[in-house]
Design a protein around this ligand. Structure first.
Ligand SMILES: [Zn+2]
Length: 396
């Protein structure tokens, strides 16, 4: 009975979020504001009144047409709203009714985890839709998912739902985060330059890139226009960007394990307030570790593949996507998704081969599908993999 009330609430909430996702999917790649102006008909420009803006029902009531000019409204709006509602209700049922994830317990207790996973799935849905349309993953959405994930993991740490890390690994995560911050500051002031400048500039539909201000970057754009992009050189820039993070991680780990004073201070920070500080720090650094590992899978493949083939492999947007998944759900989920995505992509490619003449698809939606499957079947996949670890453990 209690479930029924929550399910109705989650369904209504999901439909509203879906309605908002429609706005995001349309406006974000076009460089328009998400908030202003309010919903209006793209054809006649009339404002859509609140009773015509009720998710799912209004579209059905108006039979997919504008009340004033009768122009057709894409069924995509209805699909996204209904799909979001189904997605969140499905997650609620899988987590709390069945329960497919150990440690979910009661909704009243673990709602921060549900909120974080729901943000992840909704964000992935928006990213996939935008990626399908424009071959571009909106980083703002990835950052939002990551922030919600970090906050939820800190507020409600649970080792079963988001694997915690040891104290030295936590120090390595802190070092890596500081390194990434340093790289971003260096890039902001022009000491580091973004890679693949031309690629940065083209993806938005009608918004020109605004990177042309600094003379160094103008020079590079001119050189690229003359010589073409050299992917291996561009990749060196990205390795340079990541170097402070790697140094920071090694430095943090080294300081805590080899330097008795720092190690002692680090443990006593975790022991503050009868270990309650440590509990929340464990949650936070578990999420940071997930963020780093998720990003590393894709970025590592990208660096390796580009050096090997001399052609840009994997998009940086995909690295942000998987980093966000790691922040929201821990390192195991993006790791599983990384191995699931090529299977889904391959199945789709075979389907295309059978049907012929379809356009190439971006990779983001397959990674997103991998994350959704990994979220739901996390415990089963873990048990399945544990069998192998026993086999390999026996070989050692
Ligand atoms: Zn109209």
């Amino acid at each position: 009975m209690q479930h029924a009330v929550w399910i109705i609430f989650v369904a209504a909430f999901g439909a509203c979020i879906g309605s908002f996702l429609n706005v995001v999917i349309w406006r974000l790649p076009r460089g328009l504001s998400i908030v202003f102006p309010g919903s209006h008909c793209p054809c006649c420009g009339r404002r859509i009144r609140w009773f015509d803006n009720v998710p799912i029902f209004s579209w059905l009531w108006l039979r997919g047409r504008c009340r004033f000019c009768r122009v057709g409204i894409s069924p995509r709006y209805l699909c996204i709203e209904a799909f979001t509602a189904i997605l969140l209700v499905g997650m609620y049922v899988a987590y709390y009714v069945f329960p497919m994830r150990a440690g979910m317990g009661r909704f009243a207790e673990t709602w921060p985890v549900f909120l974080s996973h729901a943000t992840l799935l909704c964000g992935l849905l928006a990213c996939s839709a935008i990626d399908l349309e424009s071959y571009h993953v909106p980083l703002e959405v990835c950052w939002l998912i990551s922030l919600v994930g970090l906050a939820a993991a800190t507020y409600y740490p649970s080792n079963q739902l988001l694997p915690e890390v040891s104290q030295p690994t936590a120090a390595a995560c802190l070092g890596a985060a500081v390194g990434l911050a340093i790289s971003n500051v260096l890039m902001h002031y022009g000491f580091l330059q973004p890679s693949f400048l031309d690629a940065e500039m083209h993806p938005r539909f009608d918004k020109e890139g605004d990177l042309g201000e600094s003379p160094a970057i103008q020079h590079r754009v001119a050189m690229t226009a003359r010589n073409g992009v050299q992917p291996r050189v561009e990749m060196l820039r990205e390795v340079l960007f990541l170097a402070p993070a790697v140094l920071g991680a090694v430095g943090g780990y080294w300081l805590v394990t080899k330097c008795a004073g720092v190690g002692g201070a680090w443990s006593s920070l975790f022991a503050l307030a009868d270990g309650r500080v440590g509990m929340h720090l464990n949650g936070l650094f578990g999420a940071v570790f997930g963020y780093l590992i998720g990003g590393l899978w894709i970025w590592g493949m990208r660096i390796f593949g580009t050096f090997l083939f001399g052609r840009e492999a994997m998009g940086l947007g995909d690295a942000h996507l998987m980093a966000a998944a790691g922040a929201a759900a821990g390192w195991k989920v993006p790791t599983m998704a990384f191995f699931l995505a090529p299977i889904f992509g391959l199945l789709w490619a075979m389907y295309l081969l059978a049907r012929r003449g379809q356009r190439e698809l971006p990779y983001g939606p397959w990674l997103s599908a991998g994350v959704a499957v990994a979220l739901l079947f996390h415990d089963r996949i873990s048990r399945f993999l544990d069998q192998f670890s026993e086999v390999f453990g026996g070989l050692r």
